[in-house]
Design a protein around this ligand. Structure first.
Ligand SMILES: [Fe+2]
Length: 303
């Protein structure tokens, strides 16, 4: 009987592992912290902050360290912060003016707060990768989300570093994307306004965005609000966006956060995307978010 040769494992230049990532050295050492502790949670992004009580007004040094930790880690997490809605807004206002959502109203007396609630009757889940409110001309700096009620298990949120995703591309892809712009819209998400004369906001942004503080480059298209690549035929645009959305799924670019009641996540919408894991229905999950405005119009500056 003929015997087939055993299958050989490819080595050398024919590696069987496709994904190898070496995150860029930004050339800067991590900031030194004196008033808070910062524990990195994954190589790509994410850190847990301890040593701070957000019920108290933040001193300037602590504020600056939290600000630096956000830029350095792209998303930061706090535990056991039993803050009121006013304290939530006060914390957000240290970083900039608060955003009022153009479509979804907040709780009475708190238009700056966006409540995301799910239970057996109402199922809300932002389970597709996205960055918040990118359909605005000047998208926000970041979002601060607190867990008010959580299911027994599940309801985690995943975050992805758009810097790591960019750095995981070949030079050919980086060059190709560097001249492209994309349209971001909201009507396909929120529906047409009741008054036909009112237009849902939309905007055109570069596909690659330079972070205004760190100078790092990131991918700035997302599967919820981006509608097309400018100047391309629909099939071409869809192919480019589909590839980028598939690329963003790479686990090496992620960190996953397990919530408890009074946990807070503060993410930088200029450099990350996120999605909720919708695995807990019909249990209740209630979150409240404030979003901090920015004056940075997205731009791309070649390194
Ligand atoms: Fe979101």
């Amino acid at each position: 009987m003929d015997q087939k040769p055993a299958q050989t494992v490819l080595k050398g230049s024919n590696r069987i592992w496709e994904n190898e990532f070496r995150l860029a050295d930004t050339g800067k050492s991590a900031p030194a912290y004196e008033t808070i502790q910062v524990r990195r949670l994954s190589p790509a992004l994410g850190a847990e902050i301890s040593g701070v009580d957000l019920r108290q007004p933040l001193g300037n040094q602590t504020f600056q360290e939290i600000h630096d930790a956000l830029v350095d880690n792209q998303v930061i997490f706090f535990r056991d912060q039993d803050i009121t809605m006013d304290q939530h807004k006060d914390f957000g206002r240290r970083f900039g003016p608060l955003h009022v959502h153009p479509v979804i109203p907040g709780p009475e007396g708190h238009p700056e707060i966006l409540e995301l609630h799910s239970d057996e009757k109402a199922q809300y889940s932002a389970s597709a990768w996205h960055s918040d409110v990118t359909f605005e001309k000047t998208p926000n700096l970041g979002s601060i989300l607190i867990a008010r009620a959580m299911p027994d298990a599940g309801g985690d949120t995943e975050f992805a570093s758009m810097h790591a995703a960019y750095e995981g591309l070949s030079d050919k892809w980086r060059h190709f994307l560097s001249g492209l712009e994309a349209e971001h819209g909201s009507e396909h998400v929120f529906g047409r306004p009741k008054n036909e004369k009112d237009l849902r906001p939309n905007a055109v942004h570069p596909v690659l965005r330079t972070h205004p503080l760190s100078g790092r480059t990131g991918i700035f298209v997302n599967s919820v609000f981006t509608t097309k690549i400018m100047g391309m035929k629909p099939k071409e645009s869809m192919a480019v966006l589909d590839f980028l959305y598939c690329h963003i799924e790479t686990p090496e670019f992620h960190v996953r956060f397990k919530w408890e009641v009074n946990s807070i996540a503060f993410w930088d919408n200029r450099s990350t995307q996120h999605r909720a894991i919708a695995d807990y229905f019909p249990q209740t999950r209630t979150m409240q978010r404030v979003t901090v405005n920015s004056d940075d119009v997205p731009h791309y500056r070649p390194n």
